[in-house]
Design a binder for this molecule. Structure first.
Ligand code: HT7
Ligand code: ZN
Length: 876
């Protein structure tokens, strides 16, 4: 693959005025007729040809202004259509017919079939697999779509925009016409046809227009779409109230399909979803599923303004829509649920997914400047770090100026294909601030490391806080400039009162935000009567790693008193992480692990504190993961030792806290009627955490088996099954529970995905044998991305001891799977391959096995661009 550079951007030579598409659907021979009206852009060379993108296309006819085109004037290959001798300035019409095979489309890009349903996925470059087109996001046009299909098999014919009309078409067929009045890029095109059930509702917008809402799912699954519908209506309302954004068509549709490469897609007026993020009821969905559905429904809906009305000029600007839209969905979930608990979950996710990306061979800026395969840039850096960068703009500007800036963005750029620079300029113009240094966050990769020290001078009544920032080298960026890092803080006095201090020297502090802008900076606070404890980066105001050697006493003070719950959780994490790393080292050296009682007491005090919300207490009890410990150790990692060390710490907590956990479990065991809301979810999380510790303390499957037997919702059921399988894999109770689960949910693939995941993540070297045998199960489908991710993906991403077997068999198996999946679905294969990105942090024997597996992939001469791009960067 060719490397694309941001610096090479220039507009197209021809302006596209209109698009009319007619689809004659057939499972294997779909005819697509595209009528495209263009004119040459002013100032463009009169000889310049029209170059259209294609991917694997077969053209059967080409007309110029309705007349068959002279073959001497064009060149058609599967990858492009080049047309010469075109008018100098007058508009002209090209009519091109292509034949495509949806049934054979296993990449799930372009027009494909999922369980007999025709559907599309065009972002980023899937439209060119449907017809020849200037397939880039800065080409905006108005689309009219005609769909002709067999009526019995496809009663439903959907596309973007508003429904124009439909009628019979010959004896067995019918047709439907759709018109989308909003100019859009091709990546937002969508078509769905088939036979589906529907859940309907309406929403009245802030200006009083009634919008029809429809969620299409497989027949019989309609009741499981109720929660998604509720989340959609709440999203529409919230976007009006918080961002002043109103919906702009007469109808908004969501279609759930079972074969989908990502979570969902924001096609204008016709979102297409992975059914995993639509379907839920208490019997089949966990609390996490409900939270994901709420967030993703909101995310795709919010794209209607941040992505669709204002789109991206080129794919380098992907964070313009994704970072901003993730920020919006985070804020939405924070408003719908507990803000602090949501923030803790976001930060856990950022640290476990984005920080390793930023620290490894795949590191790239939020706004990259080159790519070889755009599909590989739908990353956690673009999405989640992109969101954090937006959040920092809000922190620096404050609520009012942030709102002015975003309002200006909507006003100034509605209808545009924009850039990150356009976005930043709106905040500069609205606030009068210079964001030049801040914008380095878009351009410099790597997680800033901040070393902090504080000194209190009792006689001078001053506190000095010294900060030094270091941004690690990343691929293609060996040196970095100091960045503008906004750190929320408080000085907490002995009695727990908080202040942000008065007189300050050494840098800018506005309200509770300390602005670190230089490589090294000392802030001095005057008039501080007694030594305070410094709470820094409250609310995780900047996505950085702090190296702040605070004493355990200070951290416990924060954990007890900080009014910022996030900071309290962070303090608990800062105490527990060194305990876990030292336990891992002790395990590696073969020593006996001891855990400081003061830590256990502090943790149990939080667990038992009825003044704290249950979800927060559950978060506190969920110690840093094995991956977190590996990251903290930072090299020569032995996953078996990390696991053993962490288990020993969990055991110590379980034994010391048996009474606390027994009380908690009893208090929350009877939850009453199930409700998927945050409060109910928090109680279940705390109860199941207590169950897990009790099962460790008593070392018997009996408790979890009893919980499994009486569970009346999927959260409790799957948690009990996880405890059984992960703690007591050989117990009869476990075997029985796995068998009843499989039988009970045999007809429900999304639920069986949980069954696959639970077994694929059982710790220990035997996991590989289990995964291989589960792949033979009748319920496993190697072509379905959800099945593959839940079995093979979770084995690699979430089973550190199983995947990283010391003999390297996990890696060898994985390499084989990648090579088998790649020809079918390159995007899925490339995404799975990123599980090996941190291989250099492993101890030498495992690292060598991992390198060999990667090299075996690289040695294939049939790799997709997607996999080739990842494997070469990971090995570099
Ligand atoms: N904007 C959507 C991205 C997406 C996608 C990209 C490549 C291949 C398949 C895909 N499916 C969806 C998802 C989103 O961020 O909302
Ligand atoms: Zn998105």
């Amino acid at each position: 693959g060719r490397i694309v550079h941001l610096a090479d951007y220039r507009p197209t030579d021809f302006v596209l005025e209109r698009v009319d598409l007619t689809f004659e659907l057939d499972p294997t021979e779909t005819k697509v007729e595209a009528r495209l009206i263009f004119h040459r852009r002013e100032g463009v060379d009169a000889k310049a040809p029209l170059v259209l993108d294609g991917d694997d296309l077969t053209m059967t006819s080409l007309l110029f202004d309705q007349i068959e085109m002279d073959p001497a004037r064009y060149t058609a290959t599967p990858e492009s259509l080049v047309i010469r001798d075109l008018p100098e300035s007058t508009p002209f019409e090209i009519t091109v017919v292509t034949m495509i095979n949806p049934e054979a489309n296993t990449q799930l890009m372009g027009l494909y079939r999922s369980n007999g349903i025709y559907c599309t996925q065009c972002e980023a470059e899937g439209f060119r697999r449907i017809t020849y087109f200037p397939d880039r996001p800065d080409v905006l046009a108005v689309y009219t779509i005609n769909i002709i299909a067999d009526k019995a098999a496809n009663p439903l014919l959907l596309s973007n925009g508003n429904f124009l009309g439909g009628a019979g078409f010959g004896p067995d067929k019918h047709f439907a016409a759709w018109f989308d009045p909003h100019p859009k890029p091709s990546y937002l095109f969508a078509l769905v046809a088939g036979d589906l059930g529907v859940v309907e509702d309406t929403f009245t917008t802030m200006s009083g227009r009634e919008v029809a809402l429809k969620i299409y799912v497989e027949h019989g699954k309609e009741p499981r779409a109720a929660y998604a519908m509720d989340a959609l209506k709440r999203s529409m309302k919230w976007d009006e109230e918080v961002f002043g954004r109103e919906y702009d068509l007469d109808i908004f549709m969501i279609v759930a399909v079972s074969d989908f490469n990502m979570g969902a897609m924001e096609n204008k007026g016709l979102n297409i979803f992975n059914d995993k993020y639509v379907l839920a009821d208490p019997e089949t969905a966990t609390d996490q599923d409900y939270a994901n559905i709420e967030a993703i429904i909101a995310h795709e809906y919010f794209h209607n303004w941040t992505g669709n009305r204002i789109t991206c000029r080129d794919w380098f600007q992907l964070c313009l829509k994704e970072g901003l839209t993730v920020y919006r969905d985070h804020e939405f979930s924070a408003d719908m649920r507990s803000r602090s608990v949501k923030r803790i979950a976001e930060v856990r996710h950022l640290r476990s997914e984005q920080f390793p990306e930023d620290a490894g061979p795949l590191a790239h800026p939020v706004r990259p400047t080159t790519y070889r395969e755009i599909n590989n840039f739908y990353t956690t850096t673009v999405y989640e770090k992109g969101s954090e960068v937006t959040r920092m703009i809000a922190t620096i500007l404050g609520r009012d100026d942030f709102k002015k800036g975003i309002d200006l963005y909507f006003e100034r750029h509605d209808g545009d294909a924009s850039t990150v620079e356009d976005f930043i300029k709106c905040f500069e113009d609205a606030s009068g601030r210079d964001l030049k240094q801040f914008s380095l966050w878009y351009h410099q990769a790597g997680t800033p490391q901040i070393t902090v020290s504080s000194t209190y001078d009792a006689s001078a009544k001053t506190l000095s806080l010294s900060l030094e920032q270091m941004i690690p080298a990343t691929p293609g960026q060996s040196t970095k400039e100091p960045m503008h890092i906004p750190l929320r803080f408080a000085l907490i006095s002995e009695n727990g009162s908080e202040s942000t201090a008065s007189a300050i020297a050494g840098g800018t502090v506005s309200g509770d935000v300390l602005h670190l802008t230089e490589r090294a900076q000392t802030f001095t606070f005057a008039g501080i009567g007694s030594r305070p404890v410094v709470s820094l980066n409250r609310g995780f105001s900047a996505p950085v790693t702090l190296h702040f050697a605070q004493s355990n006493d200070d951290l416990i003070h924060i954990a007890r008193h900080d009014s910022d719950l996030f900071a309290r959780w962070q303090a608990i994490t800062d105490i527990s992480l060194p305990i876990l790393t030292s336990a891992a080292k002790t395990a590696q050296a073969g020593g006996a692990i001891e855990v400081e009682p003061a830590f256990i007491d502090a943790l149990l005090a939080v667990a038992a504190d009825e003044a704290l919300e249950p979800a927060f207490r559950a978060q506190a009890l969920s110690l840093p993961s094995e991956a977190d410990v590996a990251r903290e150790l930072g090299g020569n990692n032995d996953p078996d030792a990390i696991h053993a060390g962490r288990q020993a710490v969990l055991s110590a907590i379980a034994k010391a806290g048996t009474e606390v956990f027994r009380t908690l479990y009893a208090a929350h065991a009877a939850n009453g009627a199930f409700s998927p809301d945050a409060a109910g979810a928090g109680k279940r999380a705390l109860k199941n955490s207590a169950l897990s510790f009790l099962s460790i303390a008593e070392d018997t499957p009996a408790l979890a088996a009893a919980a499994y037997a009486k569970a009346d919702n999927m959260t409790d059921l799957s948690q009990a099954l996880t405890i059984l399988a992960h703690r007591f894999p050989e117990a009869d109770e476990t075997k029985a529970a796995l068998a009843t689960f499989e039988a009970r949910f045999a007809a429900n693939p999304l639920v069986l995905d949980k069954w696959f995941t639970i077994q694929a993540t059982i710790p220990g070297a035997d996991a590989l044998i289990r995964v291989k045998s589960l792949m033979q199960s009748a319920n496993f489908a190697p072509t379905n991305p959800n099945r593959v991710r839940s079995l093979i993906g979770t084995f690699a991403f979430s089973n550190p001891t199983g995947f990283n077997r010391a003999d390297g068999a996990g890696y060898a198996f994985y390499a084989e799977q990648i090579l088998a999946i790649d020809p079918r679905n390159p995007q899925l294969a490339a995404c799975l391959l990123t599980a090996l990105r941190s291989w250099r942090l492993l101890e030498p024997v495992r690292a060598e096995h991992a390198r060999k597996a990667l090299e075996s992939i690289a040695a294939s001469d049939a790799l997709s661009t997607d996999v080739r791009d990842i494997v070469e960067r990971v090995l570099k």
